[in-house]
Ligand binder design. Structure first.
Ligand SMILES: [Fe+2]
Ligand SMILES: [Fe+2]
Length: 319
């Protein structure tokens, strides 16, 4: 993809129900099945993973999948609600009625996605997500909270988080494709089909969102502020690529131990292995790489100020 769809074309597509995500489907989960490919979970990249029993790995996979859904929900709510509304008034956006419509539609679609993923998590674990509680693992750490606050304050002039949004929307698209194309996991059998269906539906809207992100980057990330935007973007990544003791990955391990108390004696070992991922190249590359976000990487390639992005984003291979 080198040229973006026009806002008019995006609006035509989003008016066609066949092109839109249906996120409110009935959910019949099979608790004996894994929910996501194993290489999308954190402990997979540690030596601990292979030493867990199949039942323990399966349980970890299911909890990790809930965390992944919450992560997508965090982008759809916390990030988008701070980043996009100020851009409706940007000089390069405010006069373009078709783009304004596309942006408003996108924000509504993200609210629907949020509700869809919240319902999926509740169907999987009603005990962790009682009515009204949509987040269990992803109560935001201080760094992310502070960064999202900065995004909201600066978005109108320095919308650096558009690069992050584009990369994450594209990676959620690739996750959905991976789940459909390779439904068999490495060691846990076939993915749960209800889980796959929700992610596959999500992909439909996200395909259009990627074009909106690219248009906004072209129009709103001004060349004269490129260096400042790039500096802020790199600071934002620091909190994303480093697992912390207070972060959602450690919370998944704590829940795993609550659910499977026989693992209590291995909790510290699992947490230490998880924290060590900050220096694990295979894990770091798995977060951001050209396979899962090819379009976003091509956008990064064209930006002079992101030439040394590989210092913060291990998987970025400048081309
Ligand atoms: Fe979404
Ligand atoms: Fe999206």
């Amino acid at each position: 993809m080198t040229r973006w769809l026009t806002p008019e074309h995006i609006n035509e597509l989003s008016a066609d129900p066949k092109q839109c995500s249906q996120m409110d489907m009935p959910l019949q989960l099979d608790l004996s099945k894994p929910y996501v490919p194993e290489d999308y979970t954190q402990l997979y990249y540690t030596p601990v993973y292979a030493s867990l029993s199949r039942e323990q790995r399966l349980h970890y996979n299911q909890l990790s999948a809930l965390r992944i859904n919450e992560y997508i929900m965090m982008l759809e709510a916390d990030l988008i609600e701070r980043l996009l509304p100020p851009l409706l008034h940007h000089p390069q956006v405010a006069g373009d009625k078709a783009l304004l419509l596309a942006l408003n539609t996108m924000m509504h679609e993200e609210q629907r996605h949020f509700r869809g993923f919240a319902a999926l998590n509740r169907a999987c674990r009603p005990d962790l997500y009682p009515p009204g509680a949509d987040r269990f693992f992803s109560v935001l750490p201080w760094w992310t909270q502070a960064m999202f606050g900065v995004v909201g304050l600066l978005s109108a002039h320095l919308p650096f988080a558009l690069w992050f949004l584009m990369a994450m929307e594209e990676s959620s698209k690739t996750l959905a494709k991976d789940m459909v194309v390779r439904p068999a996991t490495e060691t846990l059998g076939v993915l749960d089909q209800a889980f796959v269906r929700v992610h596959h539906e999500h992909l439909k809207d996200e395909t259009r969102h990627l074009h909106i992100d690219a248009i906004l980057i072209e129009r709103c990330l001004e060349r004269r502020w490129e260096t400042a935007n790039a500096w802020l973007f790199k600071r934002m990544l620091v909190g994303v690529v480093r697992p912390t003791r207070g972060g959602s990955g450690v919370k998944v391990i704590h829940q795993l131990v609550r659910d499977l108390p026989e693992l209590a004696c291995r909790q510290d070992e699992m947490v230490d292995a998880l924290l060590a991922l900050r220096n694990n190249r295979a894990f770091q590359v798995s977060l951001f790489n050209r396979r899962i976000m090819p379009t976003a990487f091509r956008v990064f390639d064209r930006c002079h100020a992101l030439a040394n992005l590989g210092e913060e984003m291990a998987g970025y291979d400048r081309r």
